[in-house]
Design a binder for this molecule. Structure first.
Ligand SMILES: Nc1ncnc2c1ncn2[C@@H]1O[C@H](COP(=O)(O)OP(=O)(O)OP(=O)(O)O)[C@@H](O)[C@H]1O
Ligand SMILES: [Mg+2]
Length: 389
């Protein structure tokens, strides 16, 4: 199903099922970008990126130093020369290629001066958003500081290009572990640690930031893993700075990925914090079941994860059939039930009945605190439970 069936004409489907169209969310809670809009009166956003603008941009950076409210002291973004990033990636050598998403290619790099490992995202150049607006957004986002959010190290806008420099997450995306060849290495404790960390990152964006951010694109490919499977959400705020087609005056747009969009968001474009909660529920179901949000290779009734899971979860016994078989029975049944119950309440049809992120984070933290000791040999979990048609 199309995520935004009513917006077919303006929607553009990218390689990773990401749907994009102009924003309808003017009435929604303020985001960081709104702060930026009021901050630097002297910044003229009507012009597009030009090489000659580079020095003016640099001067304007001083103006936006004050943006970000109480996060001001916490971080500093860095403006890179293009040559520094070319050096870091060995001229964007394909050996350093990490992958590509809806915004452009990503390369691994090593900064020559500090030795820091980074991931450099080249934003596709099909958009017309002004470089200055982009820089302001980046400066603000780089002030966001939480252990479960990928740090934005800096950016480069030389030559009209837009590159983002992030801290390097050595284990890559959760998606690879859930569905790729590494999936067996994700045990119960690790999965719950990842889910709880993601909830804490989202809680920071929703409840701790002022003004808050609605993430919009929570999914397993945007959850990156560092050493020891430390989880961090990536790409928050990027929805606001991506290319915006021919409309230079529209700086925000609604985005989402098929299978993760809350139904009301898909129908009306009305974005709320509860849309993020729905996506979180889908994400948690992925972690628990090892199934993709949308999987066209499965029988038709099982292709949409939520549509498959919701009716089954009416009977708690079904969780033993739904849990990822790769866990081979190595999980605590009580906590498994609690985790499924948390996912279910997040994907409620009615936004008002979905929990706040702080409640989700608390529930998951509690599950994490009940550290599970794997049994040896693995438990036999399902024989006595009836097969579900
Ligand atoms: N900071 C990072 N450290 C390590 N790998 C990264 C980093 N950022 C992105 N990657 C990797 O680069 C690849 C592309 O990431 P990207 O975010 O562009 O796409 P995506 O997450 O699949 O889709 P989306 O455009 O919706 O975010 C992914 O495999 C991701 O794991
Ligand atoms: Mg991503």
């Amino acid at each position: 199903m199309n995520c935004f069936p009513w917006a077919k004409d303006s929607a553009k489907k990218s390689k990773n099922n990401k749907m994009k169209y102009k924003s309808l969310d003017q009435d929604q809670p303020k985001s960081l970008l709104d702060t930026q809009k009021v901050a630097p009166a002297k910044i003229d956003m009507k012009e597009d990126a030009k090489d000659a603008e580079q020095s003016a941009v640099t001067n304007d950076l001083e103006v936006v130093e004050g943006v970000g409210g109480d996060h001001k002291e916490k971080g500093k973004s860095r403006s890179f020369k293009l040559s520094e990033l070319i050096d870091a990636t060995d001229d964007f050598n394909m050996e350093n290629y990490l992958g590509e998403g809806g915004f452009g290619k990503v390369f691994k790099g090593k900064l020559k001066d500090t030795g820091e490992l980074v991931a450099i995202k080249q934003l596709d150049s099909d958009g017309t958003q002004g470089v200055r607006e982009f820089v302001i957004e980046m400066m603000t986002l780089s002030l966001v500081d939480h252990p479960n959010l990928v740090k934005l190290v800096g950016y480069s806008v030389e030559g009209g290009q837009k590159l983002l420099v992030y801290e390097y997450m050595s284990l890559g995306s959760l998606e690879k572990y859930l569905y790729g060849h590494k999936r067996k290495t994700l045990d119960w404790n690790t999965r719950m640690k990842i889910a709880a960390g993601a909830a804490r990152g989202l809680e920071y964006l929703h409840d701790k930031l002022n003004p808050p951010i609605i993430y919009r694109d929570l999914k397993s490919s945007n959850l990156l893993l560092g050493e020891d499977f430390h989880p961090k959400l990536s790409d928050f705020g990027l929805a606001k700075v991506g290319p915006t087609g021919t409309n230079t005056h529209v700086s925000t747009r609604v985005m989402g990925t098929e299978g993760y969009c809350a139904p009301e968001y898909a129908m009306t474009g009305q974005l709320t914090f509860k849309s993020d909660i729905y996506s979180f529920g889908v994400f948690l179901l992925e972690i628990l079941t090892g199934r993709k949000a949308i999987d066209s290779k499965r029988p038709s009734k099982e292709q949409n994860l939520v549509d498959w899971a919701r009716p089954l979860l009416r009977d708690r016994k079904n969780i033993y059939h739904m849990v990822d078989p790769e866990l081979r029975g190595q999980y605590p049944p009580k906590q498994l039930y609690k985790a499924f119950a948390t996912a279910l309440i997040c994907v409620q049809e009615q936004p008002s009945t979905r929990p706040r992120v702080s409640e989700v984070a608390k529930a998951l933290d509690h599950i994490v605190s009940q550290l599970y000791t794997p049994q040896s040999p693995p438990a036999q979990t399902t024989p006595e439970i009836p097969v579900i048609s």
